[in-house]
Write a new protein. Structure first.
Length: 566
């Protein structure tokens, strides 16, 4: 016997179908809290007054910020390291993997709102017991009755069936739409997290590179100081042999030489750690960049200049770059265009002259305004998108309070012989709407809604904290950068004074009007001034790096995203 069920759509079912998509549980996301951001048009409190002279204020409020800010340092090696790190750093691979997960999660939520269909194919063989066993009688009695009636009962049965069934939950109250909305916001948060990882990486590479060049410079300065003191010690030893100097003078010189060597030995360990840090940041094993990051070396046996060499230096020439001249300690009152004087020296002096310098920031830096900074910083974007996702999840939990309408459908062909599957016009079909409402849950749905609301409130508080933290970071970075510029200029003047004092004291000592104690004291002051200037210059560039990290610069938009590079 063949059966066919004809579906009948009631007015209630049609009404429910029309209501699908017309309502959404929960509140629509209205954006982040407006009172968390600074008012439009407000500037940074620590940026200072605008000035056309970088010596007065190197920070320029407003203006067009530079996304690839590290290129302003003018160091090709740093540029190459940053680009390599952005391609191969493992932490970025982690962020990219999380981004792919978020994209897959969005596709899953979109698919959950569509019908779900399943195809079935059945071939079964069943062995049937005798009728008497089924009715509780004896086997012989049932067989006799069947024989007398002339009916042959089969002892087995074959079943064949091909079917397709589908289910579709109508999104009456927007629970599915809220789930898609939350997944989309989480995807955008993952994109912002990738951008934040890129921002942090560029700052880490730049800072490690500055620390490396600073350590190389300090090692070279220490070696040069040891070489100078060794020359003085050798000359004093000859004077002791001639009887014109005492053993006490020789012992004092030897003690200062050993003290200078002891101060320089830890610098090599520090130098190796920065090389390893840079190698790991670019996705290489420690030691892989040693050759590339080694200081420029002068071949052994290269003689020093026989006399002062006059060379125009764009880094310290006041006419070419007056700002950097002040930073590097050009003598006050030097004439514009005066060449840099490279005095004669030893192998260590030539090594120091050939050493790559610590990259210095430009004379002025554009910083924009706080509102643009908040829009640009990826961590703020991630916090805002997380807030949007948590708001949508409140609506998703709220939709569980309402009835759920599911359409169930089935169509199939079957019989006891395989040929029955070819009778396409003889099929069974069922279409049944199912309305389910979990109204007696003893407060479980209400508790879930309150829990989702609490998570949403937590996300809003985290967004407010992120905004305040970003503003604090920017203001602190601006203050440090401005003050460090003045500090470097002061230390440069102190270093120039120490150099001049050491030169004058050496002349007095040769003339016999100054003691060795005075010479040693000025020598210590000169070495200390050289090291302080190298550290101050590195700290200035480090503050430049921290400033651009606080401004949210240095990231790229993820492929396939709607974000744009700042």
């Amino acid at each position: 016997m063949r059966h066919r069920t004809t579906p009948r759509f009631t007015p209630t079912l049609l009404l429910c179908a029309l209501l699908a998509g017309c309502a959404s549980a929960g509140k629509d996301y209205a954006g982040p809290p407006a009172d968390a951001a600074p008012p439009a048009g407000a500037g940074f409190a620590r940026a200072g007054a605008p000035s056309a002279n970088p010596d007065d204020n190197p920070v320029q409020p407003g203006g067009q910020v530079l996304a690839r800010w590290w290129t302003a340092l003018g160091d090709p090696t740093l540029d190459a390291l940053v680009e390599r790190a952005l391609r191969a750093n493992p932490n970025l691979d982690v962020a990219r993997a999380r981004l792919r997960q978020a994209r897959a999660g969005l596709r899953t939520e979109r698919a959950n709102g569509r019908p779900n269909g399943t195809g079935t194919l059945l071939a079964a063989h069943a062995r049937l017991p005798p009728l008497g066993d089924a009715l509780g009688g004896s086997r012989s009695a049932s067989s006799g009755d069947a024989a007398q009636s002339g009916v042959s009962l089969p002892s087995s049965l074959n079943l064949y069936s091909v079917g397709f069934d589908a289910t579709w939950e109508i999104d009456l109250f927007g629970g599915r739409r809220r789930a898609v909305e939350a997944a989309g916001a989480q995807l955008e948060a993952a994109e912002a997290s990738l951008a934040d990882a890129q921002l942090s990486l560029t700052a880490e590479v730049a800072q490690a590179y500055v620390n490396l060049r600073s350590s190389q410079q300090r090692v070279a300065l220490s070696d040069a100081a040891v070489a100078r003191q060794q020359r003085i010690l050798d000359l004093t030893a000859k004077r002791v042999e001639r009887g014109t100097a005492s053993q006490l003078d020789l012992a004092r010189l030897q003690g200062q030489l050993e003290a200078t060597r002891a101060e320089g030995e830890p610098l090599q360990t520090e130098l190796d750690s920065y090389r390893d840090e840079l190698a790991v940041l670019v996705g290489a094993a420690p030691g892989a960049l040693d050759a590339q990051l080694a200081a420029l070396t002068v071949p052994p046996g290269t003689p020093a200049a026989a006399g002062p060499a006059l060379q125009p230096n764009p880094q310290t020439d006041p006419q070419v770059n007056p700002q950097r001249s002040a930073q590097r300690g050009a003598p006050a009152g030097s004439a514009p265009g005066a060449p840099t004087i490279v005095p004669p020296g030893t192998q260590q002096d030539a090594q120091l002259a050939a050493l790559p310098a610590v990259p210095l920031p430009p004379a002025s830096v554009a910083v924009g305004d706080p509102a643009a900074m908040l829009r640009r910083r990826p961590d703020i974007r991630a916090a805002e998108r997380t807030l949007a996702a948590r708001t949508a999840q409140v609506g998703q939990a709220d939709a569980a309070r309402f009835p759920r309408l599911t359409l169930l459908g089935l169509i199939g062909i079957g019989g006891t012989h395989p040929s029955d599957l070819t009778h396409l016009d003889d099929f069974s079909a069922i279409l049944a709407p199912q309305l389910a409402w979990n109204f007696l849950d003893f407060g479980r749905n209400t508790a879930r809604i309150e829990q989702a609301q609490g998570v949403r409130d937590e996300a809003e508080a985290q967004y407010r904290a992120a905004v305040l933290g970003a503003l604090r970071d920017a203001e602190s970075a601006l203050s440090r950068f401005r003050q460090r510029r003045a500090t470097v200029a002061t230390i440069a003047r102190n270093k120039a004074a120490a150099d001049r004092a050491a030169m004058l004291m050496a002349a007095r000592q040769r003339a016999g009007t100054a003691s060795l104690i005075d010479v040693l004291d000025t020598e210590r002051q000169q070495i200390s001034a050289e090291q302080n200037l190298a550290q101050a210059q590195a700290a200035l560039t480090g503050d430049f790096v921290a400033l651009h990290k606080a401004l949210g610069l240095g990231w790229q938009a993820a492929p396939g995203s709607g974000a744009t590079r700042p």
